[in-house]
Design a protein around this ligand. Sequence first.
Ligand SMILES: Nc1ncnc2c1ncn2[C@@H]1O[C@H](COP(=O)(O)OP(=O)(O)OP(=O)(O)O)[C@@H](O)[C@H]1O
Ligand SMILES: [Mg+2]
Length: 330
Amino acid sequence: MKDNKILESETSIINHTPPKNDVDFIGNNSRIREIYSVINLVADSTTPVLITGESGTGKDVAARLIHSRSPRSDKPYIAINCAAVPKDVFENELFGHEQGAFTGAISKKMGYFEMANHGTLFLDEIAEMAPETQAKLLRVIENKSFRRLGGKEELYVDVRMLAATNKKIDDAVNRGEMRKDLYYRFSVIEIHLPPLRERKEDISILVEFFLSSLCKQQKKNPKKFSDAAFNMMHRYNWPGNVRELKNVIERLVIMCPEDIITPNYLPMNIADSRLHEDTINITVGTSLKNAEREIILRTLTAVDNNKSKAANLLGVSRKALYNKIDRFDE
Ligand SMILES: Nc1ncnc2c1ncn2[C@@H]1O[C@H](COP(=O)(O)OP(=O)(O)OP(=O)(O)O)[C@@H](O)[C@H]1O
Ligand SMILES: [Mg+2]
């Protein structure tokens, strides 16, 4: 490009590019498979992509995957968390400045756009960006050019823009946090990552993936979940999505000394979820003795036969529980 004032040597010193096969985006659910194919289709183009979804659903992973599948994969990948950059310095960070642009600008500074030239710029938590900055961002996307603060020259860049938000995008637009015009520009291609509770069939491959990779990473023997423990992981609702699942497994890999992870090693909220969701059907007319027996047996199953935990949940002492079990055959 004739007007391109950006020196290649300037941009090449910044390389946040992940190695090519670095991105593990695990999932087999039909919506995830659809997302894979959308990612493969959009990776080649330069159209902006908006990635939405609750916290922990994999928006960062999806953004890195788009970059690593694109022809830009060996070029810079710059990820910015818009919530972490103070609003008053954002434009300086994004566009850079010329020497003397303002008091304290003792030398020229390159902004994120220049750093990401020929590569990808990922703006995470985009609804946190000030609306005035959003307007300027839109201008860069439309014109593919910008000026450094205090600069007169129009600098042309070739940057693939990705953005993400964990807010409900319609609400963010209605509240004025995300400018409508910028939203329309980004929403040409929107990838929505479903929460983990809506793709529970993926829990099993995610568990397998995190167990094996984290055991290797922590230099531990391979571990597995007992059936009862896995069922509890499956029943839990995962409000923190894949991030929460990964964190729970990391903790278990470090804390559980056994090769088989049983329910007594699970965090209370996950072990409890089974008890909350599980119901016991006891027919009218059942004797108290039989009803008690059923409740005790089901509780023991839920906690993998851990008597202390069962006694705790049933609100009796361990000794009282043993006495009740001993009297089952009377
Ligand atoms: N499909 C997936 N396969 C493998 N790992 C995943 C997947 N989804 C998420 N993860 C892992 O879960 C964690 C959280 O994912 P990520 O950071 O992409 O979430 P996010 O949607 O960007 O969350 P936030 O809104 O809080 O920024 C990361 O460690 C990521 O590697
Ligand atoms: Mg993120």
